[in-house]
Design a protein around this ligand. Structure first.
Ligand code: ADP
Ligand code: MG
Length: 389
């Protein structure tokens, strides 16, 4: 995989796939984090004299033009952040876009309309990919958060360029996450969160790659249930309990340590802060929900992590959006921030929790891609990386 720094850019039309999938509020950009993260790559291309076409998806328009999901507000925000004008065109392929692309001066930026207004984007349609590729001479992908999807702008179009490479953000993600594929050992994976069925492959892969698995959050309920214990009214995807059983058996066979919470903070619902109390793993009441890990669990996790050299964390330890059920997650974030191991956090909510705890900058790496970082750790590569050759 080549880096944008090795590509010929001077005077060239550059198709730059970015992740501008930002939240909008009242027709304006609500949180510009993803735009800000792409600025170094855009500035690099500007300084090197490229004619830059930025392309992104936004939300899920389902292959139709949906005015509420236009990237027009992003063009305004991007211009403000760059301190330079940004042109915007109301489509991402076609004669008008080609004409505009042809008139771009060196160092100028044009933002194309939402790629997903065309069904060909998510379908990786070859004809749509060809129309995208017709716009430029050089291809760069800096959209790590979209690199796990084999969509036209990520996969098909990239395949049609001979000059192509990774933007600075994608390059950094691949470098940092690759350290987890050949980690300094012992290597611990800490898994929590709620989306169990969406993380099956990741759970299997990490149980093989890691020396030590620490399980918390909604994820832990499935393991508690697999042990034949009651989880009361806690979050539970029944279909995923056999997977938890499989992982427990695998770790036993392989002599790997898998640590479940020894205590939980339970209540009648996430809104029931007053009812919060701590119980042991065998004592989750039938009418209660496990909403966080307890203090004993945190102490146990701290001990287990002591000798560890590399740590990957995905998934909050509890319903961290609702105090007091944020304690386990925040304490874990603090613990990792203070660790001398290589620490990597990935996942939308996990990263948000680390930021809320004010310690995100003390991690070795905070991944910008939720699904993408998990898929990279599962398979060791991604469609968008493969497409760069
Ligand atoms: P990430 O985005 O970091 O990959 P997930 O999307 O899998 O994480 O899960 C995040 C969600 O998990 C949070 O909204 C949090 O409230 C929820 N969660 C964590 N622990 C529990 C629990 N014990 N019960 C219910 N929900 C939980
Ligand atoms: Mg999430």
């Amino acid at each position: 995989m080549r880096s944008i720094r090795e590509l010929p850019l001077e005077g060239k039309r550059l198709f730059l796939r970015v992740d501008f999938n930002v939240p909008l509020q009242d027709g304006r950009v609500g949180d510009a984090t993803r735009i800000v993260q792409t600025l170094p790559t855009i500035r690099h291309a500007m300084e090197r004299g490229a004619r830059i076409l930025c392309a992104s998806h936004l939300g899920k328009p389902g292959g139709m033009r949906r005015p509420g999901l236009s990237l027009a507000p992003v063009a305004v925000e991007l211009a403000a952040r760059l301190g330079r004008p940004v042109r915007f065109v109301e489509d991402c392929v076609g004669p008008e876009v080609e004409k505009l692309a042809g008139t771009l001066g060196t160092g100028e930026v044009l933002l194309l309309e939402n790629l997903r207004f065309h069904a060909g984007e998510e379908g990786n349609d070859p004809e749509f990919a060809r129309r995208l590729a017709a716009l430029a001479e050089v291809y760069v992908n800096d959209a790590f958060g979209a690199a796990h999807r084999a969509h036209a702008s990520v996969a098909g179009a990239a395949g049609l360029f001979s000059e192509k490479g990774a933007g600075l953000l994608l390059e950094k993600e691949v470098r940092e996450l690759s350290r987890l594929l050949d980690p300094e050992r012992p290597f611990a994976a800490i898994l929590g969160g709620a989306k169990i069925s969406g993380k099956i492959d990741t759970l299997r892969a990490l149980s093989r790659r890691a020396d030590l698995l620490l399980i918390g959050g909604g994820m832990a309920n499935h393991f508690v249930s697999a042990l034949g214990l009651s989880v009361g009214r806690s979050l539970l995807e029944e279909d995923s309990v056999p997977l938890a059983r499989e992982i427990l058996d695998f770790c036993k066979r392989e002599g790997k340590t898998i640590a479940l919470p020894s205590d939980f903070v339970v209540a009648s619902s996430p809104g029931d802060a007053a009812g919060a109390r701590t119980v042991g793993i065998t004592k989750i009441p039938e009418d209660a929900m496990a909403l966080d890990v307890g203090q004993k669990t945190l102490e146990q996790f701290e001990r287990l992590l002591e000798p560890v050299r590399t740590i990957f964390w995905n998934g909050p330890m509890g319903v961290f959006e609702k105090p007091p059920f944020d304690r386990g997650t925040k304490a874990l974030a603090m613990l990792l921030a203070e660790s001398s191991a290589v620490t990597v956090v990935g996942g939308g909510e996990s990263v948000a929790a680390a930021r809320e705890a004010g310690v995100a900058d003390r991690f070795t790496h905070v991944s910008t891609g939720g699904g993408a970082s998990l898929e990279f750790l599962t398979g060791g590569t991604l469609p968008g990386i493969e497409a760069l050759g």
